[in-house]
Design a protein around this ligand. Sequence first.
Ligand SMILES: Cc1ncc(COP(=O)(O)O)c(C=O)c1O
Length: 473
Amino acid sequence: MSREHPETMGQQFGRRSWAEPWKIKMVEPITTTDRQTRERALSEAGFNTFLLRSEDVYIDLLTDSGTNAMSDRQWSAMLLGDEAYAGSSSFYRFESAIRETYGYPRVVPTHQGRGAEHLLSQTVIKEGQIVPGNMYFTTTRLHQELAGGVFADVIIDEAHDPSSQHPFKGNIDLDKLEALIERHGAEGIAYVSLAGTVNMAGGQPYSVANAKALRELCDRHGIQIYLDATRLAENAYLIQEREPGYADKSVAEIVRELCSYTDGAWMSAKKDALVNIGGWIAVNDEDLFDSLRNLVVVYEGLHTYGGMAGRDMEAVAVGTREAVSDDHQHQRVMQVRYLGTLLQRWGVPIVEPIGGHAIFLDATRFYPHIPQDHFPAQTLAAELYAESGVRGMERGNVSAGRDPETGEHRYPALELTRLAIPRRVYTQAHMDVVAEAVKAVHDRRTATRGLRMVYEPHYLRFFQARFERREEA
Ligand SMILES: Cc1ncc(COP(=O)(O)O)c(C=O)c1O
């Protein structure tokens, strides 16, 4: 490429360029920091990016949860928030949006996703029952365990291989599930915990074909399926792109179809639904609804607000409809893919295919000299912050926690550092800065040493654990 003939981003990648389906109306200034300040902040944070102050962060890719930019429609709807304790009209608008978008008739609001996980787990899991799922998620599994359940991973093997090009690495392995049913009997299975997309596998989708076959298998055994719909619209976009017969279906239609194969769903609205707080659980069955609606008043708030303000429910109602727009999902997924493709071209190891909400750096291949109990993914998140002020998070040995039986680290097959992209927040120029920062950390990877954990909290340790740099390899 000659300097006299600059190319657009699309041309550089041999395609037509895309652009954000919005224009910017309000901005939030961010500032760069120097290396010395970042080193001090990192050491004060115990080398855990969750313990950094956001004012010390330049580009914040810690999470796509609650970090979305809301639209002018959402902000204006918030002014209509009905803050009545009971029977708020905002709840009824919220309920209609969930019913229309996901298709379940009975909706219980919660303050965020884990509130819904708590209610579902306490209501449907009996002591000792197995909860099969397409890979664990941290809060989901913890609530299942706290309710007496035992999570069993039944995702296809390809999901544990960061280089596998399988287009639907979120699929459930039906043979693994059937073997579990045979071993424990249908009554030994609480429900199937299905997630779309699968966060811990790298934002990977499951297919409609898999969902249909799963429904058929579960119907034969009388087992319920509950869906974590936190990023279902992103899953639907990837189906539209990859699954034969779905190219002409809208994201909204695919979301509805996916839900039709399940008995209910819960959601952290802080992701797909383009808000900063909120959640829900929605089901078909009336008795289950009654139980959930009763329990919500104990832990979250009355069944017409569930821990949210009226204005929060207004924002979710509008955001839920915006989330299933094809244009929005196209830009969303393409922005993530743009960052990932740059890294791939430079030989930085990442999880492939590139998923819906984040780039997952493969710390095992990035730092082959750092053993897993020196926390390579935690190290990589810390090094990237020190290099550039870009904040990501660990999704490996620290996140996986300890086996409650043996007390040992779980040593997951995937040791990843996640760069989650908030929706409608950063531009392509920010992605360029992030890519160059990762490259710089990669270029000096052989000189990097691992970490030692010096403080380990009991629950969800990744949020609050503290570390020190190791002197020796
Ligand atoms: C797939 C998935 N499920 C559930 C949750 C929990 O939701 P929340 O953080 O709103 O409690 C998250 C949040 O990160 C998630 O990514």
